[in-house]
Write a protein that binds this ligand. Structure first.
Ligand SMILES: [Fe+2]
Length: 323
């Protein structure tokens, strides 16, 4: 990205396209989505939240509506969907101009997407299926990542998906590190998604974490969730973003953060669906989840927690946050 393209207030990228300075702790929240209102959420987390990670938004006015309340150094990260990196029939080049445009509009230093199948032969699935952990799928992901790197100006950090059933023999953390080594890409570990995988396999978390290439982990996700009945009646972890963060998932974050010394961002994903989840107090749950994860970062990843005073504004949200 040239100096001319870089939005005001964004840091210069370091070698490899990633910013040298951490973004800090932010929220995963879909701009423009209904339910959890930005005007209610943001004032309660404004003093600690440094960025929003959002789904694609195609109307810049919804971005402008929240930008007015934000400090000049507030950032955005694009959480894309639809690439289908492991899909053999994906037409990945169709996404290049969209990705370049969205990242420029948001000033997103990199963009993320869960590794999985969002479409099959051009048909949108409406959600995604987690990837098949096979050599075939890994080869496809590597080829698509290389094409992506050649066609898009912003680095892609793929994310380990949630699992309710595991297909294929490659360990998810080996899959991520092999994809990263073959392409030089950074990657993202979602703590809850990893918990879903480890709990199905009844695997020791510490042993599993020894498989991670920590130097390449640029971002960590955490969210609320709960145990639900899965296929064959077995209890599985559902990373639904709506419920309080489970203590076991917070414990896994404590194990991960000191190892993730190159991480530039910790995203607390707080989007939710009130009707579907039956959450009575979604705002309180979201705020509590944010600060519980923030407290872990203060203790175990102090480089993510900027204690310098923020740029002040006089917007109503700022004033409310200061009270
Ligand atoms: Fe995530």
């Amino acid at each position: 990205m040239s100096e001319i393209d870089r939005p005001e207030g964004t840091a210069a990228p370091a070698a490899g396209g990633l910013p040298a300075e951490p973004l800090g702790v932010g929220v995963g929240w879909e701009i423009g989505a209904e339910g959890l209102e930005w005007t209610e959420l943001f004032p309660r987390i404004a003093r600690q939240a440094r960025y929003v990670e959002t789904a694609p938004l195609y109307d810049p006015r919804s971005l402008d509506r929240i930008r007015g309340d934000l400090a000049a150094d507030f950032r955005f990260i694009l959480h894309y969907s639809g690439l289908t990196l492991p899909g053999p029939t994906t037409r990945i080049e169709q996404h290049f101009p969209i990705l370049n445009g969205l990242c420029r509009m948001l000033g997103s230093p990199w963009f993320v997407e869960d590794l999985g199948y969002w479409s099959v032969e051009g048909s949108d699935l409406g959600a995604f299926f987690p990837l098949i952990l096979s050599e075939d799928s890994l080869r496809t992901s590597i080829a698509n990542m290389k094409a992506l790197q050649a066609g898009v100006s912003f680095p892609h950090a793929p994310e380990n998906p949630p699992f309710s059933t595991i297909l294929g023999d490659i360990h998810i953390l080996d899959y991520m590190s092999r994809l990263s080594r073959a392409t030089g890409s950074p990657y993202l570990i979602d703590v809850g998604h990893l918990y879903s995988y480890l709990s199905i396999r009844e695997e020791d978390p510490l042993l599993a974490l020894s498989r991670v290439d920590w130097q390449s982990v640029v971002e960590v996700h955490i969210a609320g969730g709960e145990m639900v009945r899965g296929p064959a009646g077995r209890w599985i972890y559902d990373d639904n973003h709506s419920k309080p963060i489970m203590p076991e998932v917070l414990d896994l974050l404590v194990l991960m953060l000191p190892r993730a010394s190159q991480a530039r961002a910790l995203t607390v994903e707080v989007d939710y669906n009130r009707a579907e989840r039956g959450v009575q107090d979604p705002l309180d749950v979201a705020v509590s989840n944010f600060f519980r994860a923030h407290a872990v970062a203060e203790r175990w990843a102090p480089w993510l927690v900027d204690r310098a005073p923020r740029t002040e504004t006089t917007s109503p949200a700022r004033v409310a946050a200061a009270q």
